[in-house]
Design a protein around this ligand. Structure first.
Ligand SMILES: [Zn+2]
Length: 236
C-alpha cells in the first residue's frame, strides 16, 4: 500500500454504490485529511421502486441523494458523467471521460468496482459495475498517464497524471480489510440518504452489519468488528 496519499478519487456506476462498498473507508480517509472526490458514471435514473414517481425526476433526485450521502463521510466534490443507467459499456468515450477527471483531480489512489463477474452473489457484478471497473482501470493505465492518449485532454490543458494505486471493491480476491467499526454510523447515515433506493430493505442496518462482520472475520479482525474489503493493485 502506498504512503503519503493526499487525494483519492472514487469512480462508481450508480449513486449509492460507494456507500454500500466503501463509504466507511472514505470516512476514515477524510478524517485523516485525505481529500476525496466522487465520480458517478450514471445518475441511477433506472433505479427505485416507485411507479408513481415520474421517471424524469429520478436522476435529479438520485444526484441530490448522493451529494447528501457524500457529506456524511466528509466528501463535497461529487461529479456525474450522466451516462444512461443500465446501459453502460466500457467504451473509448467512457475511458476518456474518466481519464479526464483523473487528470483534473490528480488522485494518488483510485477506488473502482470490480470488472469481474462475481459467481457467489450476482448483485455486486451488475453489468454497469463491470463496465465502469473495466473502463476505470484502463483510464488509470494507460489513458490518464499517457500524454499522447486522447490528445483532446491536453488541448483542454490537462496534463498526464499517474494515479499510483487502485482499490477494487466487491472483488473475489479481496485481501485488504479496513476496520470501519468506529465510522459505521456515518456509513449507515450515508446509505440512508438514498431514500429512493432503500425503502424495500426492512433491516438495512442488520444486513450491513452481517456483510461487514463477515468481511472483518475474513480479514482476521477481532470478533464484533466491521470491515470493508478491497483488492489493492499497484499501478506504477
Ligand atoms: Zn450499482
Amino acid at each position: 500500500m502506498i504512503e503519503d496519499v493526499e487525494r483519492a478519487l472514487v469512480v462508481m456506476a450508480h449513486p449509492d454504490d460507494v456507500d454500500f462498498s466503501a463509504a466507511g473507508t472514505v470516512a476514515t480517509w477524510t478524517d485523516a485529511g485525505i481529500e476525496v472526490s466522487y465520480l458517478m458514471v450514471t445518475d441511477g435514473d433506472a433505479g427505485g421502486f416507485d411507479d408513481d414517481l415520474p421517471r424524469e425526476e429520478m436522476a435529479p433526485l438520485r444526484r441530490a441523494e448522493q451529494v447528501a450521502a457524500a457529506k456524511c463521510v466528509g466528501v463535497s466534490d461529487v461529479r456525474f458523467l450522466g451516462y444512461p443507467d443500465g446501459r453502460v459499456e466500457a467504451t473509448l468515450e467512457l475511458r476518456r471521460d474518466i481519464a479526464r477527471v483523473i487528470r483534473q483531480v490528480r488522485p494518488d489512489r483510485v477506488v473502482i468496482p470490480s470488472p469481474e463477474r462475481n459467481y457467489q452473489r450476482l448483485a455486486p457484478s451488475h453489468p454497469d459495475h463491470r463496465a465502469v471497473g473495466s473502463a476505470a482501470l484502463d483510464a488509470v493505465y494507460p489513458d490518464a498517464r499517457n500524454p499522447y492518449a486522447f490528445p483532446e485532454l491536453r488541448e483542454e490543458g490537462l496534463d498526464a497524471w499517474v494515479a499510483r494505486e487502485v482499490w477494487i471493491t466487491s472483488s473475489g480476491s479481496a485481501e485488504h480489510f479496513v476496520d470501519v467499526t468506529e465510522v459505521f454510523e456515518r456509513k449507515l447515515a450515508a446509505l440512508l440518504s438514498h431514500a429512493s433506493q432503500i425503502s424495500h430493505h426492512d433491516d438495512l442496518e442488520g444486513m450491513l452489519r452481517g456483510w461487514l462482520g463477515a468481511n472483518a472475520e475474513r480479514g482476521g479482525l477481532e470478533k464484533g468488528r466491521l470491515a470493508e474489503a478491497f483488492q489493492i493493485v499497484p499501478s506504477q
